[in-house]
Design a protein around this ligand. Structure first.
Ligand code: TXA
Ligand code: MG
Length: 314
């Protein structure tokens, strides 16, 4: 349902987010599909609604650099870029703090988190009302263009999102610039609202990565994959000696050194919510992990995509 931005709808949106539900809201760049970034299951609902066949890491939205410091560790250049361009259309990729409450699914299992402080007053009010960091990809179904009006969100996502807060067209209209810093170099992972020229006013060197993270030239381009140290064996029908098992529903196998079930009741959204946390747990205790077949439907497509990347030879 599209509701105009007002103190009432902003409070409702904040309540819905805190309760683990999805809210679409305007930012200065594009409309975002928001969820409580500290909740694996709320974040799983985003991937479900977007019908993404893979789990891309999402941008985490907070309202101040102080709030960002509670989630990620800043290097000197990132600090300067934030001071100059926040609030605004800049996303910084920074190391996750050990005590960061951000969902592992939101960062697709990575040790880094993409974070930004939006400038749009409605976005800021909703994040404040929620009282939690908000994970928000662009509010469109996978494969379609990013929405810059509330009606675009309704057309693309339909009933999958309960509340769409409308504050008119987005002023910037393209997504934020995603930047990762290495020493004195700012690396543009995705071009966007803040230009390379603008970045040059702060960073000594600016490089534009070949093959953006949104459309990598080949899957290998995207370095941002979580890969376990343990060897992963997919579609297991029986256990080899010494293997730990990642199971699903009633697809258990006897003889494993340890078993974690992604969703005993066979719910793919619950399985997505548990995926990275469970992989990490088994990875910390075992050298080899067997995984039962995961149904290739709904969120199962994204789960299988990540599992096959994690199992790929390196
Ligand atoms: O303007 C925007 O950035 C909008 C509004 C809603 O804020 N959000 C947006 O999110 O465009 P999304 O999920 O559609 O795009 C996120 C981008 C992708 O290119 C993703 O690969 C990159 O950020 N990204 C997220 N986390 C990352 C990480 N840890 N390392 C590298 N890239 C990351
Ligand atoms: Mg997008």
């Amino acid at each position: 349902m599209i509701v105009p931005a007002s103190p009432d709808s902003i409070r409702q949106a904040g309540d819905a987010l805190r309760a683990g539900r999805l809210v679409a809201f305007p930012t200065e760049t594009v409309y975002g599909l928001g969820a409580d970034a500290t909740s694996n299951s709320a974040v799983a609902a985003i991937f479900d609604a977007k019908r993404r066949p893979s789990f891309n890491p999402l941008i985490i939205h907070v309202t101040s650099i102080e709030a960002a410091r509670e989630l990620v560790a800043f290097d000197p250049l990132s600090d300067q870029l934030a001071a100059r361009f926040w609030p605004g259309a800049l996303t910084l990729v920074l190391p996750r703090r050990k005590d960061s409450p951000v969902s592992l699914l939101a960062s697709a299992g990575l040790e880094t988190i993409a974070i930004r402080v939006p400038a749009h007053e409605t976005a800021r009010a909703i994040i404040e009302a929620a009282g939690v960091p908000v994970a928000a990809p662009s509010a469109n179904a996978s494969g379609s263009v990013s929405p810059t009006r509330a009606e675009h969100v309704a057309q693309s996502l339909g009933d999958a999102v309960e509340i769409i807060v409308d504050a008119g067209p987005c002023p910037v209209g393209v997504e934020s610039t995603v930047v990762s810093c290495k020493g004195a170099t700012a690396i543009v992972l995705r071009p966007g609202g803040i230009t390379v020229e603008e970045l040059r006013t702060v960073a000594a060197t600016v490089e534009v990565a070949t093959g953006s993270t949104d459309a990598p030239a080949s899957p290998g381009m995207l370095e941002s994959h979580y890969a376990p140290a343990a060897a992963l064996r997919l579609d297991a029908a029986s256990m080899d000696a010494g293997e730990a098992l990642l199971s699903f529903g009633d697809r258990s196998l006897p003889g494993g050194a340890e078993e974690l079930n992604l969703s005993p009741r066979g719910d793919l959204r619950e399985a997505a919510a548990n995926l990275f946390a469970f992989l990490r747990e088994l990875d910390s205790r075992h050298d080899r992990i067997a995984v039962v077949p995961i149904p290739p439907e709904g969120l199962g497509l994204a789960i299988n995509d990540r599992l096959s990347r994690a199992a790929a030879p390196r």
